[in-house]
Design a protein around this ligand. Structure first.
Ligand SMILES: [Zn+2]
Length: 381
């Protein structure tokens, strides 16, 4: 027996109810009956002209090459776009999406985190002015059909064998990463191929590439052509770590600085302390008015944001400098550190940035992160 929705085959999850067998592994999404034949979800036809698009900026030559290769490959195979942070990976799939829409095919752009969905829907609606681009996420589920659907990975259960192309952004991010139910649903919501976009592919994706179930395309250069900022690693005894942090913040006083810490408690304590010296805000998973705080931080172009890993992805702040406090903590993995360092030097006007990792002891993870970024820079030449 196999669940038609989450592809579970573990018999322990199957129960027999009054209507027959159903799967309890994906029960939060409603009962999936095993014996009922599931029909593909019927959605409206794609409107004429939906595939026409205009980008805000022209692609660089390197981006064009990857974008074209992707559009060519996606007809026959799944594609991994392994592109460094800040390389404009959304723009790399526009050609593939346009190609599908022109052929009247349904496309979904799926993202693990809810807060990015609305932002991306707006951006894609700007690129495809004739298409109906809709957002489907918690709080936005009244309308679930459009020409191009932007959804959280949690909402994909609404669509069965529906999409001719699924673009999966950051499959290595929480909560999609390592979640077998969400992985299963991402398989069964589509009938065509999938493009995975990430700077930090996890072992599962790399295994698919090795087994030739997926083709990997890489882009190691940001549009501005400058190398990625590589972290400086400093080892300082824990008690005194705040001193180099203060000196570093003082040095960048007129610029926005992000300080990543391993726990909410530490973020709150450090936030109170740093407020004595700097204009300081704290952003963690518990912060209620996070969106407003982030907007204000972007606006003021200086000050300190103390934050946890919730802020490691998807955030662009012009000219931001990055410090990871206790970077040797087990809370931080290599992918997370690469993403945090990847906040710096993203925009054309400020293609560089200072990245500092403060560690209590030697950390292989921090060293591997620096090595990965150096290697990407070397390959970009
Ligand atoms: Zn299931």
């Amino acid at each position: 027996m196999q669940c038609p929705r989450c592809l579970n085959t573990d018999q322990e999850y199957f129960y027999r109810g009054s209507r027959g067998w159903y799967c309890r592994r994906c029960i939060p999404f409603g009962r999936a009956m095993l014996e009922e034949e599931k029909e593909p979800v019927g959605l409206a036809a794609i409107q004429k002209g939906s595939g026409e698009y205009t980008l805000r900026y022209p692609l660089t030559e390197a981006q064009k090459t990857v974008s074209r290769q992707c559009a060519r490959l996606i007809r026959d195979t799944d594609v991994l776009l392994h592109c460094v942070c800040g390389s404009g990976k959304t723009e790399l799939v526009i050609e593939s999406i346009a190609m599908m829409l022109k052929e009247g095919k349904k496309v979904c752009f799926a993202i693990p985190r809810r807060q990015v969905v609305l932002e991306l829907q707006e951006r894609l609606a700007g690129y495809f002015p004739n298409a109906k681009v809709i957002a489907v996420c918690g709080g936005h589920t009244d309308e679930t059909d459009g020409d191009l659907i932007v959804a959280t990975t949690h909402q994909l259960y609404r669509y069965y064998r529906t999409f001719d192309l699924l673009v999966l952004d950051e499959p290595d991010a929480f909560p999609f990463r390592g979640n077998p139910v969400l992985h299963g649903i991402a398989e069964t919501c589509r009938k065509g191929h999938m493009i995975c976009l990430t700077a930090t592919p996890d072992s599962q994706l790399l295994k698919k590439v090795r087994e030739k179930k997926m083709v990997s395309l890489t882009l190691n250069r940001r549009p501005h052509g400058q190398p990625l900022p590589v972290p400086v690693i400093r080892i300082v005894p824990g008690l005194f770590m705040v001193l180099p942090l203060l000196r570093w913040l003082q040095k960048h006083r007129s610029l926005p600085c992000m300080v990543f810490v391993p726990s909410v408690r530490l973020a709150e304590c450090l936030g109170v302390f740093l407020s004595l010296f700097f204009d300081c805000i704290v952003c963690t998973g518990r912060t209620e008015n996070r969106d407003a705080l982030i907007a204000a931080f972007r606006e003021q172009k200086a000050g300190v944001m103390v934050c946890t890993t919730v802020m490691e992805r998807g955030m662009t702040v012009e000219n931001v400098q990055v410090c990871v406090y206790k970077a040797d903590s087990r809370i931080f993995d290599e992918a997370g550190l690469v993403q945090m360092a990847g906040r710096a030097g993203r925009v054309f006007a400020h293609p560089d940035g200072d990245v500092l990792f403060l560690c209590r002891r030697r950390s292989e993870t921090a060293e591997r992160c620096a090595a990965v970024l150096q290697e990407a820079n070397a390959c970009a030449v």
